[in-house]
Design a protein around this ligand. Structure first.
Ligand code: FBP
Length: 305
């Protein structure tokens, strides 16, 4: 076990040996094993955005086995997906890659202002499939946020009791904030704090912009001169907001964009002390060889930061 992984595990002192071993499995797998950094492949977009929007660009992705292969061949730390996708490959790829079962998912067919994802899997499913962690999305700023907080409270308790780790996707959205506010630096930092307070071992947020959403927060950012001018500075602030860097915070890739744009963003995340990336569309929507090259480049940036 590397010194860095041991140090990270020491931040989770209230967890059982089983949960620590599950966390270690995520940290010790793939090309970034032992570095304390992670690159994860998430493929829940079929549920979240629909099949054509997700897989038409690279039709190989309609087949659930493709994503297992991509995660394994690229040397990712883990693969995260909803129940159906994991069930479709878990036996064939058993032991090849740590898995995270997304326990709730939101579809785009209902355009309500205050989304609340459905519970689509259980802790029992995660154990049966051999997963290392459960994944759960919260939408702070949705009118239904308290329902999500109550659900993850219960599921996290259950997961931790059987030795699984807990990953929270903390994505502010809903009638409480503006569209720009979803990635505003004050809101993303707040979202990371909420996920940490809800007991997440691993927190996933979107890269923050310079926008400040809340007037009350703006006053403090200005009076305390919190540096937020560059992506690296904003990432540093978000990581600090998750228990002063004592929780693993990783950043999502976003909609498909050019390789240069992806790399530039990853550099900022790595420089700011982000623990890694979770890159879905920017990997599985590219032809496999290109995706693997890009994922390797992303891993190298994180590793050398
Ligand atoms: P991407 O890299 O494709 O953005 O994937 C990361 C992710 O968190 C997915 O797990 C999830 O489906 C998606 O982002 C949600 O994005 P959106 O903001 O469109 O709901």
């Amino acid at each position: 076990m590397s010194k860095r992984v041991k140090e990270i595990l020491s931040w989770y002192g209230s967890d059982s040996p089983g949960t620590l071993a599950s966390l270690a499995r995520l940290l010790n797998h793939g090309r970034l094993a032992g570095t304390g950094k992670l690159v994860i492949l998430p493929v829940d977009q079929g549920f979240e955005h629909g099949p054509a929007r997700s897989f038409a660009k690279n039709p190989a992705g309609y087949d659930p086995r493709y994503h297992f292969e991509l995660a394994v061949e690229a040397g990712c730390n883990a693969y995260a997906a909803p129940l159906g996708f994991l069930e479709a490959g878990a036996a064939e790829f058993a032991g090849d890659i740590p898995m995270i079962l997304k326990l709730n998912n939101s579809d785009s067919l209902y355009g309500g202002e205050d989304p609340c994802p459905a519970i689509t899997g259980s802790v029992g499913d995660a154990l049966r499939l051999g997963c290392s962690a459960i994944g759960f999305t919260i939408y702070p700023a949705s009118g239904a946020r308290n329902e999500m907080y109550a659900q993850i409270r219960e599921l996290a308790e259950e997961a931790k009791a059987v030795g699984l780790a807990v990953v929270i996707w903390s994505y502010p959205r809903g009638s409480g904030i503006s569209k720009d506010g979803e990635t505003a630096v004050d809101v993303v930092a707040y979202a990371a704090q909420i996920a940490a307070q809800l007991g997440a071992h691993l927190i996933k947020v979107k890269p923050p912009t310079e926008h400040i959403e809340q007037d009350a927060a703006r006053k403090v950012y200005e009076s305390e001169k919190i540096p937020i001018g560059t992506l690296a500075e904003r990432v540093r602030h978000v990581v600090q907001s998750a228990f002063n860097g004592r929780r693993i915070v990783i950043f999502s890739g976003g909609a498909a964009k050019s390789k240069d744009a992806v790399i530039e963003e990853i550099r900022g995340i790595a420089e700011g002390g982000g623990f890694g990336s979770i890159v879905g569309r920017n990997s599985f929507q590219r032809p496999k060889n290109e995706a693997i090259d890009l994922l390797h480049e992303i891993m190298d940036i994180h590793k050398n930061a």
